[in-house]
Write a protein that binds this ligand. Structure first.
Ligand code: SF4
Ligand code: SF4
Length: 283
């Protein structure tokens, strides 16, 4: 079972929801929580500890100027525009390269080889008795988030229950996270910005064929735009979390609501079961 927790925009409380579901359900069964917000991972703040790390690499072409005849075949082949052949040599734009390896194959002079380049890492932390936290971390200045997300997902593969904390938004890193998931929990806040971006996230989940339900976070009495939005779009509301200064205080200190409050632990466990039922078409 793979559950993604996502949101159309940042700051809705997505990681708060992911961490609390993960912790609550891990009291009952083996759970893997994966931080796929690789540019700004923060789940580790809820679970202090010293993780083990594995580097994430990508392969990049290296051009031997002495062997290069400036024939231009590599640049013609590269559909991403990462290579430009000039009179004085081959210009390589690393950030445009998709590591397909094609330029090495088409070079008639054997002037191109590949080398591994470290772009991030995957940290794994065991939290007894039944929780494992896997964090994908993209190095500063690198742009290949999907590669690191893929590595983090691979580190969790084979686990019976995996909960992914996606990056905010609806771009490539979120597509990489949501693809193949059984269900998506979309966290929103009841503001015009929140609902606008929720709409985009709902569309993305539908495009990927992932059933989705909504958690409304920091809701206030009378502000029922989010609930009406869900009604219009026939989206199940999985949980409505009220604005509450005590919840904010616990969260701002890096505390975990479901760890310090058994009633909330039950609520987040119920949220998991509702998401599970949604994945099975039962809601
Ligand atoms: S590895 Fe592929 S994407 Fe990268 S420069 Fe070569 S042809 Fe272009
Ligand atoms: S294909 Fe090889 S020889 Fe031709 S320009 Fe590119 S690196 Fe040089």
């Amino acid at each position: 079972m793979e559950i993604a927790v996502a949101s159309g925009k940042g700051g809705t409380g997505k990681s708060f929801v992911a961490a609390n579901i993960g912790y609550a359900i891990s009291r009952e069964r083996e759970t893997v929580l994966v931080d796929c917000d690789v540019e700004e991972p923060n789940l580790h703040l809820f679970f202090p500890g010293i993780p083990s790390s594995v580097p994430v690499t990508t392969r990049l072409p290296v051009i031997d100027e002495d062997s290069c005849t400036l024939c231009g075949k590599c640049a013609s082949f590269c559909r991403y525009g990462a290579l430009t052949v000039t009179q004085s040599g081959v210009l390589f734009l690393k950030d445009l390269c998709h590591s397909c390896g094609g330029c090495e194959i088409v070079c008639p002079s054997g002037a191109i080889s590949e080398e591994e380049s470290v772009i991030g890492r995957v940290d794994t932390l065991r939290i007894p008795p039944h929780l494992t936290l896997i964090s994908g971390i993209l190095n500063v200045g690198e742009i290949k988030s999907p590669t690191v997300i893929k590595a983090a997902r691979e580190a969790a593969s084979g686990s019976p229950l995996v909960i992914y904390d996606a990056a905010p938004g609806v771009t490539c890193p979120v597509v990489e996270t949501l693809s193949g998931c059984d269900v998506c929990i979309l966290v929103t806040e009841p503001t015009p910005f929140g609902l606008h971006d929720l709409d985009l996230a709902v569309q993305l989940a539908a495009l990927l064929g992932v059933p989705s339900g909504v958690v409304v976070n920091r809701s206030t009495p009378g502000a029922d735009e989010a609930l009406r939005f869900c009604e219009r779009h026939e989206l199940p509301v999985l949980l409505d979390i009220p604005f509450d200064r005590e919840i904010a205080r616990i969260h701002n200190r890096g505390g975990l609501l479901s760890q310090v409050d058994t009633a909330w632990a039950d609520t987040f466990r119920d949220l998991f079961y509702r998401a599970e039922a949604l994945s099975e078409g039962g809601l």
